[in-house]
Ligand binder design. Structure first.
Ligand code: TXA
Ligand code: MG
Length: 346
């Protein structure tokens, strides 16, 4: 079983540094979700990350850096617009695809010429980065296609049985959904959102519009080959082991028949407003009802824990999730719910 590290205790933090230097992955808190960190420049460390997660090597890893200077060490070059985004949104939950430096092993990027780079805001992760002094690859600290962990306890249950050595307890993650992944398309003056996440589209839009850029968020941004190589975009992801039915817009238009819900369904509303609206539209309260939050910020922070709780609840056979707000963090929540909905396992 893994050891839980208290980041306030300096001697324990030293064990973390030692493990990372010895290429043994360590689970660390970030402001989005917990990550499984290892040295970008070590193929052994990267290999150990893939092994612990049971992650196929076609799924590339994000390089975490302390700042712009460290980002330069993983990039062939950083364009003007990429640098603008880094200046505005770092440290924080924005991951930017840049042209990769030859120093970055192909294992990190799944042989792509692009490397995903982000500078996390969590003080513990930043501390480790500054002591180690080099970039750290860190996918979410869950088994492949599982639910991302937002507390050290989730990490323990995901990776403890599979040989994880250390997990640092940095408290519950602030955002609760992963970073937004973007690519800059200078030719078309577009910022392409490859994964909606904790950095809301609207904030990116407000910033880049003053520089003449627009934001596009679409599956069509990636061609079929790239989609295959970007499993954050695969239909089946963030999956509980039981079925999830994700209901979006149609229910707000009165098209959904609430009488189809079964007694052993666990019903989830993303916001309190969704719950109120459902009652007006004919939803009759039942025992297992879960309202994630007052607004999408609060809802996002609780989303993955609630999917996990549902998974462990023997009374409910299916999760039926209702969402209606696609603005702000709502986009990331709906994205994760719809992918959790791809979870019917044969
Ligand atoms: O918030 C986050 O981003 C968290 C924390 C730990 O930082 N990390 C995270 O990593 O979510 P992961 O590996 O679970 O998801 C990374 C996503 C995947 O969808 C992956 O396909 C995509 O980023 N990605 C990484 N490198 C890429 C690349 N070179 N080209 C295209 N997509 C890439
Ligand atoms: Mg992940």
């Amino acid at each position: 079983m893994a050891l839980v590290i208290d980041p306030q205790i300096e001697s324990q933090l030293q064990w973390v540094i030692e493990d990372i230097k010895a290429n043994r992955p360590v689970a660390l808190p970030t402001e989005t979700v917990y990550g499984l960190a290892g040295r970008v420049f070590s193929e052994i460390a990267l290999g150990n990350i893939f092994f612990l997660k049971a992650r196929p090597t076609f799924d590339p890893l994000i390089a975490h850096v302390s700042d712009f200077e460290m980002a330069l060490s993983v990039c062939e070059r950083i364009t003007e617009m990429e640098a603008e985004l880094m200046k505005r949104f770092w440290p924080g939950p924005l991951t930017i695809l840049c042209l990769k430096s030859k120093r970055v092993p192909d294992l990190c990027t799944a042989s792509s010429e692009w490397v995903a780079v982000r500078s996390p805001a969590h003080p513990v992760f930043r501390r480790i980065l500054s002591v180690v002094g080099e970039p750290l690859a860190a996918p979410s600290a869950n088994r492949f296609q599982g639910i991302s962990p937002t507390s050290y306890r989730h990490v323990l249950s995901e990776l403890g049985p599979h040989g994880l050595g250390l997990v640092v307890d940095g408290g519950d993650c602030q955002h609760g959904v992963e970073s937004t992944v973007v690519r800059v398309n200078d030719a078309e003056m577009k910022i392409e959102i490859l994964r909606p996440g904790a950095c809301p589209r609207e904030e990116i839009e407000t910033f880049v519009s003053s520089l003449g850029y627009t934001v596009v968020a679409s599956e069509s941004v990636l061609d079929a080959r790239e989609q295959q190589h970007s499993p954050g975009r695969l239909a089946k992801h963030y999956s509980p082991s039981k079925p999830v039915l994700y209901v979006n817009r149609e229910w707000t238009e009165g098209v959904f028949d609430f009488d189809l819900l079964k007694n052993d369904d666990c019903v989830l509303f993303v916001t309190a407003e969704d719950f109120e609206m459902a009652k007006r539209l004919g939803f009759k309260n039942q025992s297992a009802v879960n309202v994630l939050g007052h607004d999408s910020v609060e809802a996002a922070a609780r989303l993955f824990k609630s999917l996990r709780d549902f998974d462990g609840d023997t009374n409910s056979k299916r999760l039926v999730a209702f969402a209606s707000d696609f603005r702000g963090l709502g986009a990331a929540i709906c994205d994760r719910l719809s992918r959790a909905g791809g979870s019917e396992r044969s």
